[in-house]
Design a protein around this ligand. Structure first.
Ligand code: SF4
Length: 330
């Protein structure tokens, strides 16, 4: 199947129903030699003070030979437009899509209709694909529940399966087989030890060892906020495609995200939050809103280039967990 690159979650149903394989370039970037990809973009002239994800996406799109991409011009990233323009100079076809900031149903429907038209797909086939994908998403929701409720899934595994829902790894059938195999495996696992239950909010981490570090310090991440949104946690309730993407919190204002986070913190009995922010990202400002809106200890971590956690950040995580343990008497 021909590939279509994406930089954030977009109506996947339309891409797949139109006969294309979606490729989430964020996931691809992290699965390759990511630091090298960032440096390659810098050699091409991308500035040092630009988010590393943007540089990685640019390089990996070229490395992968991506010839068409969805450009989310509203509801993703303030840097996307320039990134897409750079890629269009390299001959990449650009398919625009925008999430209306106020979640307006009519505007979102219009965007989807344009998207359907540009890929030559019908509503009927996109809705049939939604049914197929929802069945896989419900299995991933089970993995999520087995993370926070039954305690048999690690924070990284939770991250991995949910983040993969953004593109179903380009092949829903083989992704579902992987999910099924994992569900079989975790049925026989013992509950993992934990003294502290953490939530992780913000864009997925560029650090490669955050989850294992937290677990080595007797903590466990039992809530991955944005990754969970990629799995469409409110799907499968008879909603249509437009409503599904209206319920998805990430591309709109921060307040719906905060409401979702608050609800999950209570349900999952979370002791503290890690708010991850990426250097040079506009989401950095949301940290102020998070701190004003959430009544739990929050550790803000900032990452720049992909790789292992640096010594200073490690000490901050250790201290945070120590404080939470003392607070909890654990
Ligand atoms: S981390 Fe922020 S700046 Fe970087 S790609 Fe994501 S939204 Fe854009």
């Amino acid at each position: 199947m021909p590939k279509i690159g994406i930089t954030t979650t977009v109506p996947l149903e339309i891409i797949l129903a139109a006969g294309y394989a979606p490729v989430d370039l964020n996931n691809l970037f992290m699965s390759r030699d990511s630091l090298h990809l960032v440096h390659q973009a810098e050699i091409q002239g991308f500035p040092r003070n630009l988010c590393a994800w943007i540089k990685g996406i640019y390089s990996v799109a070229l490395q992968e030979g991506i010839s068409q991409m969805v450009a989310v011009t509203q509801g993703d990233c303030s840097n996307t437009q320039a990134l897409i323009e750079m890629l269009s100079l390299e001959g990449v076809r650009v398919i625009p899509f925008a999430y209306p900031y106020d979640r307006d149903e009519e505007l979102l429907r219009l965007q989807m209709e344009r998207f359907l038209k540009s890929l030559g797909c019908s509503w009927e086939s996109a809705l049939a694909m939604k049914e197929r994908l929802d069945a896989i998403r419900l299995k991933v929701h089970r993995i999520d529940r087995m993370t926070w409720d039954e305690g048999v899934v690690s924070g990284f595994e939770n991250h991995y399966y949910q983040v993969s829902c953004s593109d179903m790894q380009g092949d829903p059938e083989s992704f579902e087989a992987q999910v099924d195999q994992f569900l079989d495996e975790i049925c026989t696992r013992e509950r993992m030890p934990e003294k502290i239950r953490l939530g992780f909010i913000g864009v997925p981490p560029i650090f490669t060892d955050l989850y294992s570090l937290v677990e080595s310090l007797e903590g466990r991440i039992v809530f991955n906020e944005v990754q969970r949104q990629f799995s469409m946690p409110a799907c499968g309730q008879g909603e249509d495609l437009v409503e599904q993407y209206r319920r998805y919190t990430y591309p709109y204002d921060v307040f719906a995200r905060i409401a979702d986070i608050r609800e999950q913190l209570a349900v999952r009995r979370i002791d503290g939050l890690i708010h991850y922010v990426q250097s040079f990202c506009f989401h950095r400002l949301e940290d102020l809103i998070v701190r004003k809106s959430i009544n739990l200890p929050v550790l803000t971590l900032e990452g720049d280039n992909p790789g292992r956690i640096d010594a200073r950040t490690r000490i901050r995580i250790e201290s945070f967990l120590q404080v939470l343990k003392e607070r909890k008497g654990a």
